[in-house]
Ligand binder design. Structure first.
Ligand code: FAD
Length: 421
């Protein structure tokens, strides 16, 4: 059996033989993907090495210690990868996983609709099989990075006569086609990270149905469970500017584009790291009420970090997702909300200012208008509380009024578009 130190020496040896920072990024990552070191926990058949999460972490560490660039591992592409690995066909895994690891393909998640966000299973975007193609019509909304994406993870209704959770199917949709229109949405923090996506007779090939027809809810749960689990993972937005070579130039360019929608994500988490420096520099540290708020925030943030560490340890040990996903997400919301309040207490009216004269060049103001997002993205706080109460604590379930065939279920948007056809 491989020990982690054997693995690290094997990886280091491989890097010594192959690493060249003057290559271009995609050709390097193609080599990494084909070697299996880019995603060692994936099956050997699909660019991996069948390693345990613990062994895979040793590989990642060896890349970091060596200073070499690994496979593209951030963003929705990883949600696509875990979903395809769990439910995709052999052909889909062969076709799509490599472009995920090389970073050539960007992905977006096309789940939410104007009338179904929390009630995701109420989706009314429809896909109808005509010959060898699925024809898709409907609207999605809040789709992060859809303006950069080549592929979308699409949840659409394929059976209006099944109960609502059973009439959904999951597709890979090519975003670069005439039937798909992406419109960016302006946010109150001045960024435009997400989009509305309109699909009008958009085409999905029959081979791009993930799982079986009607398995959409099961596949979407895999995507969402991993989204919640990865909530506390920091994104590297540095672009490794300090490193020399073509590969690092390419990486910096990739970061600039791929991470543009996420530049405000540290602020939406509340920037607890800025609390003490701000309290000291403004003198608010001497205010007894503010000191109590700071202490409360640190207790909350530390306990949330431990929950995150437990989730990471469970993932490393290969354990299935436990309650930490929803608990961690809820804790992250509580921390961000309290941090925003404490920043306001420290900065006073100045917290509202933006521009060069403002506290921290507008960062404090950005925190105030960004933290609400964390209580909504990936499932709202209320939905996490429902999940925790029903699935973790075993409390009685919410009453349901949607168990009839979907055609006859009352919906947020009224009757479904063309539901009778
Ligand atoms: C930063 C960000 C990024 C996002 N990225 C994506 C993306 O890439 N792809 C995508 O598809 N979507 C994305 N979303 C959308 C997100 O998943 C939805 O906004 C979220 O699920 C809530 O849905 P909604 O906005 O329709 O609110 P609604 O579902 O209309 O909820 C409105 C309010 O009602 C409450 N509520 C609803 N149902 C219940 C209930 N049963 N019990 C108690 N309270 C309830 C909610 O908690 C909320 O307070 C993103 C959102 C944000 C903020």
């Amino acid at each position: 059996m491989n020990t982690t130190s054997n693995i690290q020496s094997e990886v280091t040896q491989w890097l010594q033989n192959h690493w060249d920072p003057n290559r271009d990024l995609i050709s390097w990552r193609s080599m990494v993907a084909d070697s299996g070191w880019g995603a060692p926990s994936w099956p050997g058949e699909y660019y991996g090495k069948d390693m345990s999460p613990l062994e895979a972490a040793a590989v990642e560490q060896a890349f970091a210690d060596f200073g070499a660039v690994g496979a593209a591992q951030s963003g929705v592409r990883m949600l696509a990868a875990v979903t395809l690995l769990a439910h995709g066909s052999h052909e889909q895994k062969q076709k799509y996983l490599r472009g995920i690891l090389t970073g050539e393909d960007q992905w977006c998640q096309l789940f939410s609709e104007p009338g179904s966000g929390s009630d995701l299973a109420g989706a009314t975007t429809r896909a109808d099989l005509r010959g060898d193609e699925w024809i898709v019509n409907g609207q999605k909304v809040w789709n992060t990075s859809a303006h950069h994406a080549q592929y979308g993870l699409l949840l659409a209704r394929t059976d209006w006569d099944a109960p609502k959770h059973q009439g959904l199917s999951y597709f890979i949709i090519n975003m670069e086609q005439p039937g798909v229109e992406v419109r960016q949405l302006a946010q109150m923090n001045g960024h435009a990270s997400f989009n509305e996506v309109f699909m009008t007779d958009a085409v999905v090939s029959r081979e791009d149905l993930v799982g079986a027809e009607g398995d959409g809810w099961k596949c979407a749960m895999t995507t969402l469970a991993n989204e919640r689990r990865s909530f506390d993972r920091a994104r590297d937005v540095s672009g490794r500017k300090d490193r020399q070579g073509k590969i690092f130039q390419d990486l910096a360019e990739e970061f600039a584009i791929a991470n543009e929608p996420y530049t405000w994500y540290p602020q939406r988490a509340g920037r607890v790291d800025l609390i003490m420096p701000r309290a000291r520099s403004t003198g608010a540290i001497h205010d007894p009420a503010t000191r109590q708020d700071i202490a409360r925030l640190h207790i909350l943030a530390e306990s949330a970090r431990w929950t995150g560490d437990r989730a990471k340890a469970a993932a490393k040990a290969g354990k299935p997702q436990g309650p930490e996903g929803s608990l961690g997400k809820l804790a992250a919301s509580n921390v961000a909300r309290l941090a925003s309040r404490v920043h306001t207490a420290i900065s006073g009216n100045d917290a509202l200012l933006t521009g060069p004269e403002s506290p921290m060049d507008g960062i404090i103001a950005e925190i105030l208008v960004s933290t609400p997002a964390i209580s909504i993205a990936g499932g709202t706080d209320e939905i996490q509380k429902n999940i925790i109460s029903e699935r973790v604590l075993g409390l009685p379930k919410e009453p349901r009024f949607d168990e009839a065939t979907f055609r006859n279920v009352r919906r947020n948007t009224g009757p479904a578009v063309d539901a009778d056809t």
